[in-house]
Design a binder for this molecule. Structure first.
Ligand code: OAD
Length: 243
């Protein structure tokens, strides 16, 4: 363990409330592609063709083809040691009741759930939920035909698209946890997409230390109290172990 990793582990262990804030990078070593950077989805595909309400209205079949492909890809992936370490830290905090570990994720791959995390603040929805694009019917589990059981209209993927509001209550829950934490532990996110990205600034403004794990450059590099350059799987389990 490096000195910085040891310092990070100590800060995490001493904090009464921790927010773990994750992005696509936490799932990279599970085989899920990230969005930006080498091999990122937005290098291969144009978000305006696939991830906006307008794109869906224009060509729902094309949009579904892409989301079905992503569902298939993610379904074959397994949670990795970083997902498991976060879930274990949440379980441990629940048992001692001395602290809280709130997981806030931008990911739609459900790998945190599959690792056993509970009470996840999910800012961008889930690949594995559908919503009716026509009627008020709420979330439905993924349907093959993509048609609403209530009105027969098109279902849409239950993810947040560009230009859309975040799911009700989720950003509020994230901001509240951010304002109450002593450590904001940021893993595998470029910090490029607001409002989600803003929760790290909320935490820091309220006095929290910011720890960032990421092998590449992020928007938080100049504000991080501890910046750990490396992959989630190599760093996260080690520094959460003593939490
Ligand atoms: P990005 O693709 O923007 O950033 C992924 C981050 O993960 C980068 O900083 C990489 O350096 C880092 N990374 C890569 N491999 C890693 C590893 N093994 N361990 C740790 N980090 C690693 O993904 P997000 O920040 O999650 O929005 O993107 C934010 C949002 O933009 C997504 O939620 C999605 C996208 O458009 C919606 O779907 C609404």
């Amino acid at each position: 363990m490096t000195d910085d990793e040891r310092r990070a582990a100590e800060l995490l262990a001493a904090a009464r409330n921790v927010v773990v804030f994750t992005g696509a990078g936490v799932s990279a070593e599970s085989g899920v592609p990230t969005f930006r950077g080498a091999g990122g989805l937005w290098k291969q595909f144009r978000p305006e063709d696939l991830a906006t309400p307008h794109a869906f209205a224009r060509d729902p079949r094309l949009v579904w083809e892409w989301y079905d492909w992503r569902r298939g890809l993610v379904a074959k992936c397994k949670p990795n040691a970083a997902h498991h370490a976060i879930a274990a830290a949440q379980r441990a905090s629940g048992q001692t009741d001395k602290r809280t570990v709130t997981l806030v994720t931008q990911n739609v791959d459900d790998l945190h759930e599959r690792a056993g995390s509970q009470d996840i603040v999910k800012l961008h929805g889930s690949l594995f939920l559908d919503q009716c694009a026509q009627c008020a019917q709420g979330a439905q589990s993924a349907q093959v035909a993509h048609r609403c059981g209530n009105c027969g209209g098109w279902l849409r993927p239950g993810v947040v698209w560009f230009g859309e509001a975040l799911p009700e209550g989720q950003i509020e829950a994230a901001v509240e946890a951010a304002r109450e934490c002593q450590v904001c532990f940021v893993i595998g996110t470029s910090g490029a997409v607001y409002s989600a990205a803003g929760i790290v600034h909320e935490a820091q403004a309220a006095g929290a230390k910011v720890i960032v794990v990421d092998p590449g450059d992020t928007a938080y590099d100049s504000i991080a109290d501890i910046r750990l350059r490396g992959s989630a799987v190599t760093i996260v389990p080690g520094i959460l172990r003593d939490g």
